[in-house]
Ligand binder design. Structure first.
Ligand SMILES: C[S@@+](CC[C@H](N)C(=O)[O-])C[C@H]1O[C@@H](n2cnc3c(N)ncnc32)[C@H](O)[C@@H]1O
Length: 300
């Protein structure tokens, strides 16, 4: 949703913008092209390979660029340590990149048979192997149910725990076989992507980190600065929507019809009342964009 991002994000040409999910630098490159030579793009990614790739891609841009290999949930300390008092916009294009999914050694995909990993950041110790082989049956079922939204979570968790008592479950292929054994038939592919999504979200603590990024970035946002978020599943989108609406609220409900609501000063104005979706043309050429939802809010 490149055009939609470009249309909404940059409001000050010599401003400071954060791409908090830098990936291969596709969005960042175009944002840089909108900035003047005195503008600054801070690109953050938890994945060192993404930083490396984006670095190459952004070599030619005319504006200032700083790349940071960290989790964007640390945005407050990243900005403070760079002596950046405020920013003019933040982009989040959430989840994992197609590069990460296709790179078998990262162990994200059920389509290849690789060591269970799924870490965006190789420096963190918890990986998918740890989740699958050390979580209790109940914890696994909760992860698969809440983060994967998979109805058969309990059955799948039970089967994982039974299998790992024979020998540790080492690879994405072994996990995929277990899931297929529980679901089977034409429903297996959907269940596979739900289970893998759930484990990935747990490994990378994605939802808590998203909330932290939104909370902390607000403190740095200049008036008129925009937060643009593209999410790919309902759990992320709900967090963004709730956050935007909460910050845009002009009163706190008393919860009691005999007492008036308490007025409050909103911190955000919601620009997209309904989330934007990718155009039909984009959906045709980029299947991932079919589930994309983009929301924009402006600091007031
Ligand atoms: C969908 S891709 C972004 C693609 C990018 N917009 C582009 O044009 O190439 C998401 C990227 O964000 C990174 N990422 C996701 N959540 C992150 C977080 N909380 N902190 C840092 N990086 C994160 C992933 O490692 C991945 O490289």
């Amino acid at each position: 949703m490149l055009n939609e991002v470009l249309e909404h994000l940059v409001t000050v040409k010599d401003g400071i913008y954060v791409d908090g999910t830098l990936g291969g630098g596709g969005h960042a490159e175009k944002i840089c092209e909108q900035l003047s030579p005195s503008g600054l793009l801070i690109g953050i990614d938890a994945d060192a390979d993404a930083i490396h790739e984006a670095g190459k891609r952004l070599q030619h841009v005319q504006t200032n660029v700083q790349l940071v290999n960290d989790n964007t949930a640390h945005i407050a300390s990243i900005l403070r340590s760079g002596n950046i008092p405020s920013i003019n916009g933040l982009l989040l294009d959430l989840g994992v990149s197609s590069f990460q999914i296709d790179e078998a050694s990262k162990g994200f995909s059920y389509r290849s048979d690789e060591r269970l990993d799924m870490r965006m950041d190789r420096r963190q110790s918890l990986d998918a192997y740890g989740v699958i082989n050390s979580y209790t049956e109940e914890e696994l079922a909760d992860v698969i149910f809440h983060y994967g939204e998979e109805r058969l979570s309990r059955r799948i968790a039970r089967r994982i725990v039974a299998k790992r008592t024979e020998a540790p479950i080492e690879t994405t292929g072994q996990l995929a076989k277990i899931v297929e054994g529980c679901v089977g038939g034409k429903f297996a592919v959907k269940s596979l992507s739900r289970v893998f999504q759930g484990i990935r979200i747990e490994v990378n603590n994605e939802l808590h980190r998203l909330k932290a990024i939104l909370d902390d970035s607000l403190q740095f946002m200049e008036t008129g600065g925009r937060i643009v978020v593209i999410s790919y599943h309902s759990l992320e989108d709900r967090i963004v929507k709730t956050f935007f609406n909460g910050c845009a609220a002009t009163s706190i409900p008393s919860g009691n019809k005999f007492q008036p609501d308490t007025p409050r000063n909103p911190e955000l104005k919601v620009i997209t009342k309904k989330p934007l979706e990718a155009s039909e043309e984009e959906q045709k050429v980029n299947s991932r964009s079919r589930s994309a939802k983009m929301r924009v809010a402006e600091r007031v």
